[in-house]
Design a protein around this ligand. Structure first.
Ligand SMILES: C[S@@+](CC[C@H](N)C(=O)[O-])C[C@H]1O[C@@H](n2cnc3c(N)ncnc32)[C@H](O)[C@@H]1O
Length: 252
């Protein structure tokens, strides 16, 4: 998987262009089964919502959005710890969505007996995760202002060539939506290991009047926040000798 992508336009009349991969290797029996049988139970649709709580069975104390959750490690770990937070995870990549469902239910490929059992969440979980399995920009319009306490964008594809800069997820249109969706005082959390994207993120956010970079010193962006859970792309970066950064921007 190598694509954190974006659409070239936020024009709502045409489906925005997505540059990443929607599918990878064949999804085997158990995960296909989860996509067919379990995903519909936790899907969010694009019907406009009056209140973010409408996405969940009951109101939650806090709400978080993770954009491009990949294999879902971070989302699944936080949701397991924070029972009173409602999480919306968004991912286009079908194999990633299937992997998140596997983490939530404990059902894995290759275990045929899993398919016979009733699907439920693993022990210690509550029903606090919802999924949108398409481009997040299609969901933005359905979500009310000031919905989220925190929005995560973790290891987006850097699109390092300057001729591809317009594909980077962090851009003026998407930042406008992220600012609209965050509560005042809410946090936009960005992690990246790519030098070009590190610079790009700071350039875009530090000149944006809706956000303030909260770091007081280098420890604040060199180390992950206390509630962090490692992601697949973070592990890959560390294996390959790249040092990730963890930027937090407060919604003003
Ligand atoms: C480089 S991967 C990082 C995955 C994960 N966050 C991690 O750290 O392991 C970027 C992911 O973002 C997803 N993505 C890119 N653009 C997206 C969009 N507009 N809406 C939803 N997901 C998107 C891609 O499908 C891909 O899985």
């Amino acid at each position: 998987m190598n694509a954190m992508t974006m659409m070239t336009t936020n024009n709502l009349n045409s489906k925005p262009k997505f540059f990443g991969r929607r599918k990878g290797r064949v999804i085997h029996k158990a995960k296909s089964f989860l996509l067919e049988s379990f995903l519909p139970r936790i899907l969010v649709d694009t019907t406009p919502k009056n209140n973010i709580a409408d996405c969940f069975g009951e109101p939650k104390q806090k709400y978080c959005l993770e954009i491009g959750f990949g294999d879902g490690d971070h989302l699944a770990a936080l949701a397991k710890r924070e029972h009173n937070t409602g999480f919306i995870g968004v991912e286009v990549y079908r194999n990633g969505v299937a992997q998140l469902l596997s983490l939530l239910t404990g059902i894995k490929d290759g275990n045929a007996s899993d398919l016979a059992q009733e699907i439920g969440l693993t022990e210690g979980r509550v029903d606090n995760v919802r999924v949108f399995d398409d481009d997040v920009r299609l969901l933005f319009v359905a979500l009310p202002d000031a919905s989220f306490d925190k929005i995560y964008l973790l290891f987006p594809d850097p699109w390092p060539k300057s001729r591809h800069a317009e594909r980077r997820f962090i851009n003026a249109d998407n930042l406008r939506e992220i600012a609209r969706l965050l509560k005042r005082g809410g946090v936009f959390q960005v992690a990246t290991d790519h030098p070009i994207y590190k610079r790009w993120t700071l350039e875009q956010l530090r000149t944006n009047p809706d956000f303030k970079w909260t770091a007081k010193g280098s420890d604040d962006w060199r180390n992950p926040p206390a509630d962090w859970a490692e992601t697949k792309y973070q592990r890959k970066a560390l294996r390959e000798g790249r040092r990730p950064v963890f930027f937090e921007f407060e919604r003003l």
